[in-house]
Ligand binder design. Structure first.
Ligand SMILES: [Zn+2]
Length: 572
């Protein structure tokens, strides 16, 4: 850790933990390089972080949630049992989360989160009620005695109240389905899971397994994550649905889907596939959901077995477009191909498949199995999964169609902000994380220029990091080590700089020659690229210094292979 980074981290911790008054303008924290992770062993990180002025100013809760402070880092999550009762009429939740964790160092305070709209009824260690302190959405829990390093503890966090509906998909919504029946769903990646249940609401640490018990009025079904264990009639007009998750799970993936669901099952080999839809949609869902098998087969081909085999794979109808809830992917794409019936990338490929099934389920591999450790690195979820869409197209229809599909993403990229956002402030990265992230990965494949090696890299990368929470530095280190190439300047240019590399082509006085170089912010940026004419490409190795090559092609004739390399071109 460098001195200035250490100072900044110390400042932020002091700010967050109340040692500096909060009226210090958080903008002062923006526009700086992300704090250095212990895993960071990169040599050529940018000296000055490009201005990320488009990023939202973090709130106090963003700062509390974003930083992995001492009261988060002193413990490691092992297990949750979320055990709640949901009242659709009162729109309330009442219950508890049992939180088991191992102390990594001695301490008497841990940091959890629960939205201010919800009451904390009590927090128990055994029979003993614990003191706690709320600060925006954060809850600091205090223990009367020091907890010992290495020891496992379990607390019961009782809460109740009416969660607030907020954010793009509402966080948690108490709706009616089109037939007027109860329909309650969660989608809280943006707002954080603590909008509706108490947990350690951050991305770095996940429980190893989880139980989810949800009591709902008789006649309704709750579909949550994991495999269905049992349902029990509680004798008071409510039925409890028990689900068990056998793998690590992101907090925001934990999901409620309460409704009048019709259910049917299939199998792909040994993998159970379960489908939950509103009864009216049962018949039309069947041909559409049949796409799930081909999707799983395609991703298994490239990366290896479906990562949550013991939990099975589910598609669950929901009133919003879709979300990658682990092993219980929610679906609201109108049972139509494309995205909400539209040609998503506008090049005629996406009408062949259901975008939501293909994209959201791709997150089972990238997002749910391989997870980012900080919001700032969310491209590890979205850039990769967007790239997976093109792999699905390639698996089914070949590489030409995959390239065409990806080309439809180029107009969606803005290049105004770096993809990797400010760390430890709960930042929302730019939308470029999706499309530019995918185009970068396609470009890297062309840089590696050996498909057998590329497929080995992809599978190895996924296998190395499945069930782990990683940072961009881990991705770069893996690809450098296993490709035998120094890809750091390329990753950094695409991920940590706003602009893509621009190929400068200078046609001088002398006919038959052209000068070329990269215009890029990364020092020592170098990347091969193909130029020439369609079908007659030649690979050149531009750097940031001018070089000269001979070409029979004129300024108008000389093309750059933009299907394989996502770059800008400036011909003069
Ligand atoms: Zn996504």
């Amino acid at each position: 850790m460098r001195y200035d980074t250490r100072m900044r981290v110390a400042f932020r911790l002091a700010l967050v933990f109340g040692l500096i008054p909060i009226f210090v303008c958080p903008m002062a924290l923006l526009g700086q390089q992300a704090s250095k992770s212990p895993k960071d062993d990169e040599k050529s990180k940018p000296k000055v972080r490009p201005n990320d002025a488009g990023a939202a100013t973090p709130t106090r809760f963003d700062l509390l949630r974003g930083v992995y402070g001492p009261f988060r880092a002193n413990n490691d999550l092992l297990y949750y049992h979320l055990d709640i009762r949901v009242d659709p009429e009162a729109k309330t939740i009442r219950g508890k989360n049992t939180i088991r964790f191992r102390m990594l160092r001695e301490g008497n305070r841990i940091q959890l989160d629960l939205d201010e709209a919800l009451n904390i009824d009590k927090i128990l260690l055994g029979d003993e009620a614990l003191k706690f302190e709320r600060d925006t959405g954060t809850v600091f829990v205090d223990f009367p005695k020091m907890l010992k390093a290495g020891q496992v503890y379990s607390i019961e966090f009782y809460y109740s109240g009416q969660p607030k509906e907020t954010g793009r998909f509402g966080g948690i919504t108490f709706k009616k389905d089109p037939a007027g029946r109860t329909w309650i769903n969660t989608a809280c990646e943006e707002t954080g899971a603590s909008i509706w249940w108490p947990n350690k609401d951050q991305w770095r640490d996940e429980v190893e397994s989880m139980d989810i018990s949800v009591a709902v009025p008789n006649g309704l079904t709750d579909v949550s994550n994991g495999h269905f264990v049992r349902k029990a009639d509680l004798g008071d007009g409510y039925t409890r649905w028990d689900w068990h998750v056998s793998y690590p799970i992101n907090n925001y993936d934990v999901s409620l889907n309460i409704g009048d669901y019709a259910h049917y099952s299939e199998k792909l080999g040994d993998l159970p596939l379960d489908f939950y839809v509103l009864p009216e949609d049962l018949e039309r869902s069947k041909p559409q959901f049949a796409q799930a098998k081909g999707m799983i087969e395609a991703y298994q081909h490239y990366f290896g077995p479906y990562p949550f085999a013991k939990d099975g794979y589910k598609l669950v109808q929901a009133p919003y477009s879709g979300m990658e809830h682990q092993s219980a992917v929610t679906y609201g794409n109108l049972f139509k191909n494309g995205y909400l019936g539209r040609d998503w990338t506008g090049v005629g490929i996406s009408p062949r498949f259901d975008f939501i099934i293909i994209h959201e389920s791709g997150h089972e591999w990238f997002g749910n199995a391989v997870s980012a450790a900080d919001h700032a690195d969310m491209w590890i979820h979205e850039g990769w999964t967007t790239y997976l869409e093109s792999l699905y197209v390639e698996y089914r229809w070949g590489k030409d169609d995959a390239l065409k599909y990806l080309s439809g993403y180029r107009p969606k990229v803005h290049n105004l902000r770096p993809i990797v956002a400010e760390r430890e402030v709960n930042a929302d990265p730019t939308e470029d994380q999706y499309f530019k992230g995918a185009l970068m990965l396609n470009t890297l494949r062309s840089v590696v220029n050996d498909d057998a090696k590329w497929w080995t890299l992809l599978r190895g990368f996924y296998q190395e990091f499945k069930y782990k929470n990683i940072l961009t530095e881990d991705v770069i280190a893996y690809f450098n080590l296993h490709s035998g190439m120094n890809l750091t300047p390329i990753f950094n240019q695409y991920l940590r700089r706003a602009a893509v590399p621009r190929l400068e082509l200078l046609f001088g006085e002398t006919p038959g020659t052209v000068m070329y170089k990269w215009d890029a912010h990364e020092q020592s940026f170098t990347m091969p690229v193909r130029v020439g004419a369609q079908g007659k490409w030649q690979t050149i190795q531009p750097t940031t210094k001018w070089q000269t090559m001979k070409t029979p092609l004129s300024k108008d004739e000389l093309q750059v292979d933009l299907d394989h390399f996502y770059v800008d071109v400036n011909k003069q």
